[in-house]
Design a protein around this ligand. Structure first.
Ligand code: MRU
Length: 328
């Protein structure tokens, strides 16, 4: 399932706000369409918003628009996932050439990276697994196949998935709406839980491993991902459960050392107080809505990338993998 495709003059993407009830495809042609698609989360997930921005710049180039201005507008849409800035930078470097081909290459390479990651990640496991995932790091969040869900898909092909615990992932419900939808479509057994149930099942030894995606990985291996991820990692350490992160190299920010420096997006209070227009909290109360949190590297068992599985000490393994040639 590809969440976005090039149309010849822009991109068509599935409006993820409406899933799983309705599959509505939206055309993005003008730069503003791409800005809205990313900012309002019609498309979301770190690699997918990078691909979307690349198509936005490709469309702008076809219209002969100022690419620096277009890049600045797209870069202002969401602050945390570094893939967005990585894709914009790569497109700007390719200017003068065929930007449509460059954007399509970014998309195709992402799919190949997800598949490679899936195989590397699946090699970590023996026997049937009860895995827990948070948010949506699936086909919908990437070019196709997914990062964390890519590993789960590869494991399912090897008949090694007993079931997947899917955190509903408040306040945006990416787990319930998107991950459960994707896995169910692929006939991979799902057990949907509220976010606050994960610790209970870990304590009862019903979670073999946790695997999530990432929005930014620093040079020392600190990971920003959907709010709630760090809570899971801390619980994993307490209960002796492996905590894995799966992400393509476009998620690694070698310019940033510490997770403390990652900008955390704050989204609207409405996402917390309302569900699809319906109030679920009293009016006029104070609300906080950070969209991401940081899991510091001591809580991470391994980082699965298309370049292989990285182990602690991450500062060292990330430095070596960064220097290595791309393997896909
Ligand atoms: O706010 P979102 O839905 O864009 O957040 C997405 C996540 O946190 C994902 O886990 C992350 O981008 C990895 S997607 C392969």
């Amino acid at each position: 399932m590809r969440p976005i495709e090039w149309t010849g003059r822009g991109a068509r993407l599935i409006d993820q706000r409406l899933l799983p009830d309705r599959e509505v495809w939206v055309d993005c042609d003008a730069l503003e369409d791409f800005e809205i698609a990313i900012r309002d989360m019609l498309i979301r997930g770190a690699p997918a918003i990078g691909i979307c921005a690349a198509y936005g710049l490709a469309a702008a180039s076809l219209r002969g628009e100022d690419l620096d201005q277009a890049a600045a507008r797209l870069a202002a849409t969401r602050p945390t996932a570094v893939n967005l800035f990585w894709a914009i930078e790569r497109m700007l470097k390719a200017r003068g050439g065929d930007l449509v081909q460059e954007a399509i290459a970014i998309h195709e390479e992402d799919v190949a990276m997800c598949k490679a990651m899936g195989e590397h990640g699946a090699d970590l496991f023996q026997g049937k697994q009860r895995l827990l995932t948070h948010c949506n790091a699936g086909a919908l969040a990437t070019g196709d196949y997914g990062t964390a869900l890519g590993v789960i898909r590869s494991l399912a092909r090897r008949e090694q998935v007993e079931w997947v615990w899917v955190d509903e992932t408040r306040p945006y419900w990416q787990g319930a709406r998107l991950t459960a939808y994707e896995l169910h479509q692929d006939k991979i057994p799902v057990r949907l839980i509220c976010d606050n149930m994960a610790g209970h099942f870990m304590q009862r030894k019903q979670v073999d491993a946790v695997i999530t995606g990432a929005d930014r990985i620093t040079a020392q291996g600190d990971v920003a991902n959907k709010i709630g991820t760090s809570t899971l990692a801390v619980l994993c350490k307490e209960y002796g459960i492996p905590f894995y992160v799966a992400a393509p190299w476009s998620t690694v920010d070698m310019q940033m050392q510490s997770g403390w420096d990652i900008p955390i997006e704050e989204r609207s209070a409405q996402e917390v107080t309302h569900f699809r227009g319906q109030a679920v909290a009293p009016e006029g109360i104070g609300v906080a809505n950070p969209a991401f949190d940081v899991t510091f590297h001591p809580y991470i068992t391994a980082i699965i990338t298309e370049r292989g599985v990285l182990r602690p000490p991450f500062a060292e393994s990330i430095r070596i993998a960064d220097a290595a040639q791309q393997t896909v």
